[in-house]
Design a protein around this ligand. Structure first.
Ligand SMILES: [Zn+2]
Ligand SMILES: [Zn+2]
Length: 449
């Protein structure tokens, strides 16, 4: 049986990450995510059967989960339907985040059900399947190999978000390293990725989210942070309230600590920071895993805080990051946008069609009215963007390739269609000449190795 890599989803796109691997006779699935903001949310599992790679997901020997973001784990309730007895592996924090995303968010009474617009289709999964998915996950510690059929599997820290891992699979027929989503620099919430020096890698499967630009930031990261601090200072001085819509897991917690440090280092006068929505519950998982978030300026927003905003002079971090209708951040925005003293600062990637991006465009064109939560409201608040990322540009990806010197590299989780000056595929070919075989993954197209 030949070794094979087959992208079921997430090959030439960001979303629905799901890769089938055949190695030394064993069959694995790496991640099982969904797409957000589109009608076809699932990876095309059917393509596995059409290619005669599997008769059903029950034939898998293991499902290995890199981290808890929904584009990497959202399809699990669907997968367990067919793969009830297939072992799943993830770190303990990842399992906790999966639990939060798939289950607790459906049943928790501690926040409004509207919050779930972040994951519209997840709502549809029935609770039993969700529960089974979580129970099936065996927690695995970093740096501790386990044996699975003819292979040995080890997870290593990937940076990115709490619990995020790179997955290393060793066998007599070759070794694979799958990066998941990774970060090559220390964040305040999690350190950068960590790999042993002498890792023997035949095939590297790497994310390439920002493979189309050299580095993450156009300018200097310190300058960007300084600019962010000045904006906050000005707004708070004028008696306003600042809303930072942020992704619930990872970005919200990182922002809370960035604000803490700006205050601690004297760049900003102390002010209260409240966190709300799903992001608030995710903070508890971080705290349980020794990432200290509360006890500084950050606090959980009290219940019904949204009705008491008039006198608040501070910062609110709330999910969703894209200001999706009826999410907690959208409800805050509806209250805050009419007052010119207030501000909304975005913190990350915005889909072109998302309400967040529409608000950015409205602000650029000096528009005065904004439609949110199906209401037409005056929009006089300041709007700006402070982009934070837990991925890396092409330089970070190239230095990982340099570090592990694989025989082959496959790029996944990216936008190869972008016609930009920098292209990670081209850069890799150029930099490593003929020493490394380079592939761009395409959904439904197998690569033999
Ligand atoms: Zn991620
Ligand atoms: Zn991802």
């Amino acid at each position: 049986m030949r070794n094979l890599f087959f992208p079921v989803g997430g090959g030439n796109e960001i979303g629905a990450s799901c890769y089938f691997i055949q190695l030394n006779g064993a069959k694995f699935l790496l991640d099982a995510g969904i797409r957000l903001h589109t009608d076809s949310i699932y990876p095309r599992f059917h393509s596995l059967y059409l290619e005669n790679l599997l008769d059903g997901l029950w034939e898998l020997d293991g499902i290995l989960l890199s981290h808890g973001h929904i584009d990497h784990i959202g399809a699990l309730p669907f997968v367990v339907e067919e793969a009830q007895d297939v072992p799943m592996y993830a770190t303990l924090p990842t399992r906790e985040i999966v639990d939060l995303q798939l289950n607790q968010s459906l049943t928790s009474a501690t926040f409004s059900r509207e919050e779930l617009v972040d994951f519209p289709r997840v709502k549809a999964f029935n609770a039993l399947r969700v529960q089974r998915a979580i129970e099936n996950i065996t927690p695995i510690a970093w740096h501790s190999p386990i044996t699975c059929e003819t292979c040995q599997i080890t997870f290593f820290p990937a940076g990115h978000i709490l619990g995020a891992s790179m997955v290393y699979i060793e066998s007599d027929a070759g070794n694979i390293l799958f990066t998941g989503d990774f970060t090559p620099f220390d964040q305040l919430t999690v350190p950068k990725y960590q790999l042993p020096d002498d890792l023997d890698v035949d095939l590297l499967i790497t994310e390439s989210t920002y493979g189309y630009q050299e580095s993450l930031y156009v300018g200097d990261i310190d300058e960007e942070r300084e600019h962010f601090a000045q904006k906050i200072d000005r707004c708070l001085d004028g008696g306003g309230t600042i809303l930072i819509p942020a992704f619930a897991i990872g970005r919200s917690q990182e922002l809370a600590l960035i604000l803490r440090d700006l205050i601690r280092d004297g760049h900003l006068k102390p002010f209260p920071i409240y966190i709300d929505g799903l992001a608030q519950i995710a903070c508890d998982i971080y705290e349980d895993n020794d990432v200290k978030l509360f006890g500084y300026e950050l606090e959980k927003a009290p219940k019904d805080f949204i009705d008491a905003l008039d006198t608040f002079n501070g910062v609110i971090i709330a999910s969703s990051g894209m200001l999706l209708d009826n999410s907690m951040s959208a409800r805050y925005a509806e209250e805050l946008l009419p007052d010119p003293r207030n501000a909304v600062f975005f913190s990350g990637y915005l889909d072109e069609e998302s309400p967040g991006r529409k608000l950015e465009r409205l602000h650029e064109s000096k528009g005065q009215r904004f439609r949110i939560n199906e209401r037409d409201i005056p929009a006089h608040a300041d709007v700006d963007t402070y982009r934070l990322s837990a991925h890396t540009g092409s330089e970070g990806i190239l230095s990982l390739i340099e570090r592990v010197t694989p025989k082959k590299v496959i790029f996944v989780h990216g936008c190869p269609q972008y016609k930009t000056a920098v292209n990670i595929h081209r850069e890799t070919c150029r930099r490593f000449q003929n020493r490394i075989e380079v592939y761009q993954a395409n959904n439904g197209t197998p690569i033999y190795f």
